[in-house]
Design a protein around this ligand. Structure first.
Ligand code: AMP
Ligand code: TRP
Length: 338
């Protein structure tokens, strides 16, 4: 029953809790595509995570398809990666429960994302929001995934996943779950809000002007970058000059990530440039990279039944990996089955 060799396998997911942003694209989807073909890759639309906060049912179904369309339009290929939505594979919820009994309340209390999201309202948020990192651990460990590409904000949750795996292995004296590695690399691990360089760009921020959506058209993208907050100084001559300039650094990092280069190379290309030069160049680059994707997303969204078929076929493949691992987990824990 012990399993000490783990085949390299990638798992990651995005919540369908609002439209995909440039943060999701650069911090997650673009990197998902980069890992495809290098090892086995499993990418999930984590709809059960989305309902930790209220979601309108029709909108949830629409957003689930839209995230799937984003995956496909950006280059994920269902013949190379397993693509599915989480709720179609019941084993996620089942392993999630077991992990609720492994994870400690003290560990959950240290989750900074929960503290940020719940804020002073912690008594009123759902129990699911509090427990969600243990469901995330189940998402990952149900496939014995070894690599999890995520943005910086998810690092603590992947570390918790390692803690849960280690405690399970220790308590049951097995070597069953792997120590998963977060894969957090490149210039775009934390894309910031365009109106406030100290806050993360997110799907749920108040103003649409603070984020670029993957479905924004060229005019909107240009307008949002033009209005993006900056300090009055031009770009520095070297990348060190960005250190205490969060908004400037963010725009340079976005440029670097879109252009598959480094902030150093961007500064070398635009040393001392004013915003009147840099912002339009950034907008042109973003439009060039994003518009083929948003056009393909719109085309895919015209045929929702086809997206549903793709997700159902992916769920079949996911179940084929997940169910044997769940059964072995039940055996280890001593949960009887016929
Ligand atoms: P979520 O939208 O919270 O489901 O996030 C899905 C993935 O996108 C996770 O890997 C996040 O870390 C990543 N992500 C979300 N927002 C950003 C951002 N502003 N910068 C970088 N990565 C992000
Ligand atoms: N918690 C992640 C987020 O909010 C989404 C997520 C759920 C995830 N399950 C996962 C990411 C498993 C990576 C692996 O962004």
């Amino acid at each position: 029953m012990t399993d000490t060799t783990f085949t390299p396998r990638v798992f990651s997911g995005i919540k369908p809790s609002g439209g995909l942003t440039l943060g999701n694209y650069l911090g997650a989807i673009k990197r998902f595509v980069g890992m495809q073909g290098q090892m086995e890759t499993i990418y999930c639309v984590v709809d059960m995570h989305a309902i930790t906060v209220w979601q309108d049912p029709k909108e949830l179904a629409h957003m689930t398809r839209e995230v799937a369309a984003g995956y496909l339009a950006a280059g994920l290929d269902p013949s190379q990666s397993i693509l599915f939505n989480q709720s179609q594979v019941a084993a996620h919820a089942e392993l999630g429960w077991i992990f609720n009994c492994v994870a400690r309340v003290g560990w959950m209390n240290r989750m900074t994302q929960f503290k940020d999201k719940a804020g002073s309202n912690a008594e009123k948020v759902s129990l699911g929001l509090y427990a969600y990192p243990s469901l995330m651990a189940a998402d990952i460990l149900l496939y014995h995934a070894t690599h999890v590409p995520v943005g910086e904000d998810q690092k603590q949750h992947v570390e918790l996943t390692r803690d849960i795996a280690a405690k399970f292995n220790h308590d049951y004296k097995v070597d069953f779950f792997p120590a998963t590695e977060p894969v957090i690399e490149g210039p775009a691990m934390r894309i910031m809000n365009l109106r406030d360089g100290t806050k993360k760009m997110s799907k749920s921020g108040e103003s649409d002007m603070e984020r670029i959506n993957m479905t924004d058209d060229a005019d909107k993208i240009a307008k949002k970058f033009k209005k993006a907050k900056t300090d009055p100084e031009p770009l520095p001559e070297t990348v060190e000059g960005l250190a205490s300039r969060p908004e400037a650094r963010n725009l340079v990092e976005i440029y670097a990530a879109l252009d598959d280069t480094t902030p150093e190379a961007v500064i070398a290309q635009y040393p001392g440039a004013g915003w009147g030069t840099f912002k339009p160049a950034l907008a042109d680059l973003a439009v060039a990279k994003l518009s083929p994707i948003s056009e393909e997303m719109a085309r895919l969204m015209d045929d929702p039944a086809e997206i549903d078929r793709t997700l159902a076929a992916g769920a079949d493949k996911a179940r084929a990996i997940a169910e044997p691992i769940l059964k072995q987990t039940y055996d280890i824990v001593g949960l009887l089955r016929g």
